[in-house]
Write a protein that binds this ligand. Structure first.
Ligand code: COS
Length: 395
């Protein structure tokens, strides 16, 4: 029986505890069949969005005013959901997460009519969402975005290429970041672009080690109406960072779910596999590995739920907390998956084995929504801010 004592921590209210219990039961009952990777990835991803929507879990992605579960998007709920979904199935976690990532910019900065037009359908799963920030030459360096958006008397015209876009090909809309004027971070704006907008095409599908819908978009004179702008021109970088500040904790939560699964698998293997006349768990070198995974699971959970709790207080930036949560939990989950494979020996590298899939599934989390290197940079910047003299001050 997996450890659930973390649900007693003071970060949570009773609604969170009920969510973890109910979603956990649903995931165990409904996602077990998804253990084997689907042959038709797009159909499977679409079906997962629909099933998550039908079961009501996607309501966690939007505020109550637009059909959501809580008044504001609650980061602890998103984290509990990803923690639990990732433990059972990576693609279900992915489908859940993208509904949030591809709609949070609309929640944060969309005009009421735009929110009304998009968010309720995201919450039921009727609309599949995507977030289009990265470009061939702008990955970690968001301020280098080269896609342009030019205003004319009918709205905006977008030109450029977006790549590594999750849900490319199955999304109904993309939140696209483009340059509306000026260099650097201050010249970016965010737009909601429907998948069938004239001039938008999915030009490439990218196959990755843990399959999920992923691809490249080409915007070629892509026209959107003026009301598709989120916030004001120039708000794009701020909107992207505010979204990532909330979502990075949830990436940590997904990693935590993978690490918990790695621990479960490692424990059961170590307890049952007998070598040299006793279960390998009783060999000290294996015991050390089990202890290390268990320790890092709890450390990850503390950082993830601290960051989520801080975000839900809506009391200023949580850049530092979410960067720490993502960095630690994703790196720890990779170590956990690696140790679980090692404890399984040859059985751990058999294609399709639970720990083999975990090993592949965790890898991308150390890259997307800010690499581990970027999280180190962000944490260092935040730490240095405390000792830096105020602008214009002495020193
Ligand atoms: N929240 C609010 N404002 C923020 C912010 C945040 N999290 N991070 C930076 N800003 C502000 C800064 O305060 C600065 O404001 P001023 O112009 O008023 O001084 C401005 O934004 C620019 O910040 P900075 O100079 O730090 O920007 P950089 O170009 O150096 O980039 C990093 C900062 C590296 C942190 C950013 O580009 C980043 O997060 N990169 C990773 C991107 C990523 O996750 N990519 C994956 C795509 S999604 S799968």
């Amino acid at each position: 029986m997996a450890d659930a004592t973390y649900l007693g921590w003071p970060f949570f209210d009773d609604g969170h505890r009920a969510l973890a219990r109910d979603l956990g039961a649903w995931a165990s009952a409904s996602l077990a069949d998804d253990e084997v990777e689907a042959t038709d990835l797009d159909a499977h991803a679409r079906s997962l969005v629909r099933r998550l929507g039908d079961a009501g879990w996607l309501r966690l992605a939007v505020p109550a005013e637009y059909g959501g579960a809580r008044r504001d998007v609650d980061v602890r709920s998103l984290c509990l959901a990803r923690d639990r979904l990732a433990r059972t199935g990576g693609l279900a976690d992915f489908a859940f997460a993208m509904q949030g990532l591809g709609s949070l910019p609309i929640t944060i900065a969309g005009a009421p009519a735009l929110r009304e037009a998009y968010l309720p359908a995201v919450a039921t799963g009727a609309r599949i969402a995507a977030f289009a920030l990265s470009e061939p030459e702008a990955g970690s360096d968001v301020a280098a975005v080269a896609t342009t958006a030019r205003a004319d008397d009918r709205g905006w015209v977008l030109d450029g290429t977006k790549t590594w876009i999750s849900n490319a090909g199955i999304a109904d809309h993309y939140v696209v970041f483009a340059r509306t004027g000026g260099a650097g971070s201050r010249g970016l704006s965010a737009f909601v672009v429907d998948a069938d907008a004239p001039g938008l095409a999915v030009t490439e599908r990218i196959r990755v080690i843990a399959p999920h819908p992923l691809g490249t978009l080409r915007l070629d004179g892509c026209r959107v109406s003026a009301d598709r702008l989120l916030g004001a021109p120039g708000d794009g970088f701020r909107i992207a960072m505010a979204t990532l500040d909330l979502f990075r904790s949830t990436v940590g939560a997904a990693a935590l779910g993978y690490a918990r699964r790695a621990l479960d698998e490692a424990l059961s293997r170590a307890a049952s596999r007998v070598q040299f006349g006793k279960p390998i768990a009783e060999h000290q070198l294996v015991g050390e590995k089990l202890a290390q995974i268990a320790l890092e699971v709890d450390a990850s959970a503390l950082l993830v739920y601290r960051a989520a709790w801080a975000a839900d207080r809506r009391d200023g930036r949580v850049t530092r907390e979410s960067a720490m949560a993502k960095l630690y939990a994703t790196e720890a989950a990779q170590r956990a998956a690696d140790a679980a494979v090692q404890i399984h020996g040859g059985a751990g590298v058999v294609a399709g084995a639970a720990v083999e899939r975990l090993y592949r599934s965790v890898r991308a989390l150390r890259i997307y929504e800010g690499t581990s290197e970027i999280q180190h940079l962000v944490i260092a910047q935040q730490a240095l801010a405390a000792v830096r003299p105020p602008e214009g001050g002495a020193g």
